[in-house]
Structure formats: structure tokens, C-alpha cells
Design a protein around this ligand. Structure first.
Ligand code: ARG
Length: 291
């Protein structure tokens, strides 16, 4: 079977099989923060996906983004929106603006000056929406781009954007164990391009995006993880958002569909092709506001 050739079936829990997707998955309503791509364009290149010579179809980017927002709402989630700033073309990638856990906000500090102005806009949004516990960071971190929250840990990427020092800062602020992971492939420059949390302590990831030591850590912490292959990772298939049941993911990542279904998830493929020109997809556009 295609799914078994492309994925390490040994890592799939034995109680779940293709014939019998018996594992019951429950969605929980989520609250997301998004930013419409009103001023999205690719005029600089800070990751290998960005080619400023390639035109962006802005109306199409907008339509694809609206589809994503509407899909979340149709699934029962709440979507809040930020007001886009004409001088910040990457603002649509709202995941990078903060990390919110237990209603507490760790602000972002961007690695590149082109995006630096986004951090304050996110902080202002939290201040004006009743958030009391807001930490303005001392070290570079690109929010949920490099932080992923599982039931037991905060996983934290480093190597391209977020500083390893930001991991200590996050651990101290949230009082949760932060596990640093080294990213080694420039195409997967943020953790959320290489790993996605499906539910609790269940994740999917692309091993080759990580250093050998970090791969070892992931194997130890998540022995039953769904392992993605090169083509699905290259379609940014790991840039996905799960509500515990529905896994919203880029539609080109077709190899992930069967293994997700085998585990009882319901994949929700979306076309965000225009936003891919900026190096982002579903998850990059979506910041989760955890209560
Ligand atoms: N062009 C943006 C950048 O390079 C894309 C950010 C994508 N966001 C993400 N969460 N991976 O910063």
C-alpha cells in the first residue's frame, strides 16, 4: 500500500489499522488569531521559498486565506483578526507574532529587520484584548513559528531564526519544559515547517529537517509519531493545524492523508499556493490563542 511504503508503519500504534480506524478523535473548539494578506508580497527573500522575481496573485492569495478562515469557522473555531500594516508584507504569517499558553503571552522578537515591526502590533492586540500577563522578550523568537505546544512540552526550534536563549526565556515564563531542537535544512527554517502537533503528545514530523541528536530526542519523546517523507515535507505538509480531530493541511501533501486517517484524524486539505511563495502555509497563517 502506498501509505505503508511512504511511512514507517512500525511507528503506527498497533491498535490503529487501515481497515479499522477505531481510535476516536474529539475536536476541541479553538481560538485563532489571523491577519488578512491585504499587503502580502514577496519583495525580499529571508527563506529559500521566497523569490522576489515571482509575481504574487494578491486576489488569489486573499481568496485562499479567506477559505482557510472560513473553514476554521465552519469547524466551530473562533477566528480573531489583526489589522494588516502596508509596510509589513509578511504579516499574514500571524503564527510568528507570539506564543500564547494558558492565556499568557510571550511576545515575539523577529530575526530580520523586515519583520521587526510585527512584534509590537501583536503586543498591542493582546493589550487591547484583555491579556494581562504579557512578556516582552529579550531574545529573538518567532512565536509559534518555532514553538510547538504538546501536552507535556514546548518544543522549540533553533538554527535559523529563534535564539537558543529564547528557549530558556520561554521555559522560565511558562514554567513548562522546553525542548530545544536543531533545524538543519534551510527550507525548514521554522519548526512549524517540519513538525506539527496532532493531539496531546502526538506529533508528525520530517526527520531530515533535524540534526541527528534532535532526531534522537524526537524518537525518544514521540516513539509513535507519524513520520513524513520528503515530498510531503516539501509541500509544507507539516505546516498543519489540528483541533484534535480535523487536521487542516496544505492540499499538495497527499501522502499524509492515509496515515492521518489511519490514526482516526480527518484531514482537511486546503490550497494556500500563493502564500507558499512567502514560505508559509496553513500553520504559518494561524496563531493559536490557548486559554
Ligand atoms: N516569509 C516569512 C518569513 O520568512 C514566512 C513565515 C512563515 N511562518 C511560519 N510560521 N513558518 O519569515
Amino acid at each position: 500500500m502506498v501509505g505503508e511504503r511512504r511511512f514507517s508503519s512500525a511507528l503506527v500504534p498497533s491498535r490503529v489499522s487501515r481497515e479499522e480506524p477505531s481510535l476516536r478523535r474529539d475536536a476541541t473548539p479553538r481560538r485563532y488569531l489571523m491577519c488578512p494578506p491585504a499587503h502580502f508580497k514577496v519583495t525580499y527573500s529571508i527563506n529559500p521559498w521566497m523569490d522576489p522575481t515571482k509575481p504574487v496573485d494578491l486576489p488569489l492569495a486573499h481568496a485562499q486565506w479567506e477559505d482557510l478562515r472560513d473553514r476554521y469557522r465552519a469547524l466551530g473555531h473562533t477566528v480573531e483578526t489583526l489589522t494588516p500594516d502596508p509596510g509589513l508584507p509578511d504579516m499574514v504569517f500571524a503564527a510568528n507574532g507570539a506564543l500564547v499558553v494558558d492565556g499568557r503571552v510571550l511576545g515575539a522578537r523577529f530575526a530580520y529587520p523586515e519583520r521587526a515591526g510585527e512584534a509590537e502590533i501583536h503586543l498591542d492586540w493582546f493589550r487591547s484584548h484583555g491579556y494581562q500577563d504579557i512578556h516582552e522578550p529579550s531574545h529573538v523568537n518567532e512565536g509559534e513559528g518555532d514553538f510547538a505546544v504538546t501536552a507535556s512540552y514546548i518544543l522549540a526550534g533553533r538554527g535559523f531564526r529563534s535564539s537558543p536563549l529564547s528557549h530558556d526565556e520561554a521555559q522560565e515564563f511558562f514554567g513548562r519544559p522546553v525542548i530545544g531542537l536543531d533545524l538543519v535544512d534551510p527550507r525548514y527554517y521554522h519548526l512549524d515547517t517540519a513538525l506539527s502537533v496532532l493531539d496531546g503528545d502526538e506529533v508528525m514530523y520530517y526527520p531530515d529537517a533535524f540534526s541527528p541528536g534532535s532526531r534522537g530526542v524526537l524518537r525518544r519523546l514521540f516513539p509513535d509519531a507519524l513520520i513524513a517523507d520528503g515530498p510531503d515535507a516539501a509541500a509544507l505538509g507539516l505546516n498543519a493545524v489540528s483541533d484534535g480531530r480535523h487536521v487542516v493541511l496544505p492540499q499538495a501533501a497527499t501522502g499524509l492523508l492515509a496515515p492521518l486517517r489511519d490514526r482516526g484524524f480527518e484531514p482537511v486539505p486546503m490550497d494556500l499556493g500563493e502564500l507558499l511563495k512567502g514560505g508559509g502555509s496553513v500553520k504559518c497563517c494561524t496563531q493559536e490563542l490557548r486559554p
